[in-house]
Design a protein around this ligand. Structure first.
Ligand SMILES: [Zn+2]
Length: 427
């Protein structure tokens, strides 16, 4: 690719300039110069990338962005949120001075408004912490950065623009930058009314796509490093802020309906797995089905379902909720304040659950394809990160103590059926 070889050649020259400038890592650009630099780079980016023109999608992104910017720590710049029309690229980036770009591929990979807020909040965090301005100052030196801001160095400007759109050089954030942008972003989400857990969930979900969709996500991971440490920290921050807040899957899918309809399967044949575990099977309602999702998917409770233990001959759950869509499974019992005796939730498919953000302990029962109990964890307290059973096809969540009370054991065969059918049979 023409752009790429130019990047490599020029990067050497830039590195030499930086060494000569002896910049010690401080961003000393005034806000005014930072905004000028951002504006120049924004023009360059928009020369190289086609922007999405769909007014509904762009208006929505700008609206949620404005909500996040309002809640941010940085009020001396005016934020702008734009969409780059590239469904094959799952990424976003921020320029100095408040320009935030999100690729349409990332919009297509997300499933609710809180995830969109998470992406925009993370990038707004980068703006607030002036990460991009610092990287540019470090790489080319203060004087040259000022020159670029003032339009005096068009070739350097073009090179920086190339790095931004190819995910090279200045586009690459450090591990520390990422921690900071996540932490700041989650605080903004909370202030703006969104559940900060959506940030941790989105990171988990993107991480699960890492190996199966390298082309689409390679740039994301190169520019925003994602490690187990980052995931754990994001979870901890979400917990400390409190995970209550807006998730809004219905409105998201509604506003993105035209975009999702135009790109029914942007990442190719493989469906995105759930954030609950990389090995999990594809969910029944995924990105591909998003366009048809006009309202928030509800857990299926009508007709009422029960779960029986055929081996022990008793009823394990007399009011069973079944979550089969990606969003329902991901939400699971989060947000519920209790699970009454007799209640339960079946997540299908699902072989890995966490209890971060839950308000009560639960029993976790893993079931194979034939509804046989292949794993059992009793009295799992809130905050447990990883409960996985690789042999499982689905997971049943029960009020703590149910397994013991109902004498549930490994090897027991369960059955899910409609309550009225059970009554007909005299159960
Ligand atoms: Zn980042």
């Amino acid at each position: 690719m023409r752009g790429k070889s130019r990047v490599n050649g020029f990067a050497v020259a830039l590195a030499a300039l930086a060494a000569g400038a002896g910049c010690g890592g401080l961003n000393l650009l005034s806000t005014e110069d930072e905004v000028r630099l951002g504006q120049a780079l924004a023009k360059e980016v928009e020369k190289k990338q086609r922007l999405l023109l769909d007014p509904v999608v762009c208006g929505y992104v700008a609206e949620i962005g404005a909500r996040i910017a309002q809640a941010s720590d940085r009020r001396d710049v005016s934020h702008q949120f734009k969409v780059i029309d590239n469904p094959k690229q799952v990424n976003a980036f921020a320029l100095p001075g408040g320009w935030v770009y999100v690729y349409s591929g990332l919009l297509l990979a997300m499933e609710n408004e809180a995830e969109l807020a998470a992406v925009l909040a993370h990038e707004t965090g980068h703006v607030a912490a002036k990460h991009s301005a610092k990287h540019i100052s470090n790489q080319i030196g203060m004087n040259l950065a000022l020159g670029v801001a003032l339009g005096a160095n068009p070739s350097v400007l073009a090179e920086l623009g190339s790095q931004l759109v190819t995910g090279a050089g200045i586009a690459r954030m450090t591990q520390q930058d990422e921690f900071e942008a996540d932490r700041l972003g989650m605080a903004y989400m909370k202030r703006a009314g969104y559940s900060p857990a959506a940030m941790a969930e989105l990171l988990r979900k993107l991480n699960a796509l890492r190996n199966s969709h390298r082309d689409a996500l390679g740039q994301l991971f190169a520019t925003h490093p994602l490690t187990a440490d980052r995931l754990a920290r994001a979870n901890a921050v979400a917990l400390s802020l409190g995970i209550e807040g807006l998730v809004a899957p219905g409105v998201y899918n509604q506003r993105l309906a035209t975009l999702k309809a135009r790109h029914p399967n942007p990442l190719g044949k493989k469906q995105p797995p759930s954030g609950r575990g990389p090995a999990e099977a594809a969910p029944s309602s995924s990105v591909a089905a998003g366009a048809e999702t006009k309202k928030a998917p509800e857990t299926k409770q009508d007709p009422p379902m029960i779960c029986r233990n055929l081996t022990k001959g008793n009823v394990v759950v007399s009011r069973l909720a079944i979550a089969t869509s990606w969003d329902d499974r991901r939400r699971g019992l989060l947000g519920r304040t209790s699970l009454e005796p007799g209640e339960g939730m079946l997540l299908d498919p699902c072989r890995s659950v966490h209890t971060i953000g839950m308000k009560f302990p639960i029993d976790i029962v893993f079931l194979d394809r034939d509804m046989k109990v292949v794993g059992l964890k009793a009295e799992v307290k809130p905050g447990s990160l990883n409960n996985t059973c690789l042999k499982a096809r689905s997971t049943l969540e029960l009020p703590a103590g149910t397994a013991a009370a109902r004498r549930l054991e490994l090897g027991d065969a369960l059955q899910v059926l409609r309550a009225d059918k059970a009554e007909e049979k005299g159960q």
